[in-house]
Design a protein around this ligand. Sequence first.
Ligand code: DX5
Ligand code: ZN
Length: 211
Amino acid sequence: MIKLAPSMLSADFAYLADSIKKVEDAGAQYLHIDVMDGHFVPNISFAAPVIKSIRPHSKMVFDVHLMISDPLRYIDDFAKAGADIITFHINSESDADETLAKIKSHGLKCGLAVNPDIDIELLFPYKDKIDMVLIMSVYAGFGGQSYIEDVNEKIKKAREFFGPDMDIEVDGGIYTSNKNMPIDSGANVLVSGTGVFGQPDIAKAVKEFLN
Ligand code: DX5
Ligand code: ZN
């Protein structure tokens, strides 16, 4: 079954709780929460206090995507704020094993992410330590970019190696019009920001994704 993870980055933050309720009521399973530090990526979004504020308003799985240089330093904060899954980039500065262990110490699921220019093979040694593989189909940092079709091969390779039970999430430039590219390549979790929160009818977009 395909899971949809609408990316909050494209929501109107003045109406955040309302927008989140719309995607949840329409059937989205995950809420994708993009955290950027202006250092690992050239953009700044928001941090743990925002997640803490929205936590009481939603039962969705909070899928926190850390695009920050030193994820290990902030895992406790995101866990306390209400994250369910925490994913960070393999080429961040933190030790990957230590960071994964820290996430698990909170009883949470963990994932590793790769930008389009990072080899998927770098994640292979972590097969038994992670719950999710996050494959970026745009360069992390901004919403509204175009899907890079070259990543389809990487998704196929990941599915082949990690097997049918691994969550393989693809993130960036995904709309109802091109969702079959990542799905046919083997993805089972789709992130979409502009394709959901950027649409005039958010609920309709969610339903079209899940159809
Ligand atoms: C990019 C973020 C994505 C982004 C997706 O750095 O990780 O999650 O918000 O947005 P769209 O769907 O607009 O490409
Ligand atoms: Zn993301």
